[in-house]
Design a protein around this ligand. Sequence first.
Ligand SMILES: Cc1ncc(COP(=O)(O)O)c(C=O)c1O
Length: 397
Amino acid sequence: MSHSSAWITLEETYYAQTVRRQPVVLVRGQGCRVWDADGKEYLDLVAGWAVNNLGHCHPVVTHAIAEQADTLVQTSNQFYTTPQLLLAQLLVEHSCLQRVFFGNSGAEANEGALKLARKYGRQQRGGAYEVITAYNSFHGRTMATLAATGQPHYQEAFVPLQPGFVHVPYNNVEAIMQTTTDKTVAVMLEPVQGEGGVNIPDDDYLQRVRAWCDAQGLLLILDEIQTGMGRLGSLFGYQEYGVEPDVMTLAKGLGYGVPIGAFLAKEACMALAPGDHGSTFGGNALTTAAAYAGTKYLIEHDIPAHVKRMEQHLLAHLRVLQERFAFVTGVRGKGLLAAMEFDGDLASRVLTHANAAGVLLNAVRPNTVRFMPPLTITAEEIDEAVNRLEVALTHIE
Ligand SMILES: Cc1ncc(COP(=O)(O)O)c(C=O)c1O
């Protein structure tokens, strides 16, 4: 029995069976590569679900973690801590928002943003509370973010859902206009839908939504949990589309591997006051030290510009595979968030062969695989990953 299968048996015996895992037990990572319990090496194009933006164990991040672990890990937010404030300052100075709150995950970041919208509606819009979100969106797994998520298959087992959400087709401004009522307080969107299948809107979609929100006095909340921190080729996705959100949520890539989330708001929209919101671990010295070190590096080394260059490289190579394999029906992407679509539900078979060939991917839809590598991936590593994917695809023909 391999080392990996022993671990898989342990998981089957003890772990809550809520996740359909790939039969790969990862024990080590460095840059864009990871190794399993049997010593096999893989190129990691999942990157902890678009989290490891500087790759695995980047020295800047590991040093920050080690140093902070040796200094101060957790206090309560009753007291000030310094890494939290340095990170808040860095995010504000490089974004269009002025106030930051740190939590521990994406869902928590969105929960905070939704609470802010509730209070804003109460104070500024006569008790309006409804939030318009899009079909195929993904905003998290907590009760409010599940209700916000526009994918019924995630929701069905958990009804009744929290009220206050209406869903409209993505990339359709008219649908938002028709759905707006005097109960509406906010529109919440991903700049590119990630988990919904890498759905890229028209260039002017967010600008038109912004104009509608301005005309109606609605908050525009952008969920940048997947698109932020360089993923689309700008530090924040909204910069790609020439708009400014009133509220933005971050998580995933903000932590470079450590669990952290944040919501940011314009000063005029920051309706939350002392006592309205809090978190025991949120903004913890350890996680914010890692996030600060990683974000400083990301900005100082202009990793988003590298992402733009690698976008062309990755998409060009994936399109070559599309020409070679008739069952590949589409390739799309923005920055280093890309997808390959098939003419049938082949994604799980592709993953099996990709694992064997040494490249890790995500099956984002039954007929679509998603690519979200570390943002530091090199052209040579992309070439190598695409070669391995090509080997995998030859098994599907
Ligand atoms: C756009 C978006 N929002 C929210 C979330 C939820 O984040 P978390 O899993 O950290 O709660 C995700 C996770 O995939 C996401 O992609």
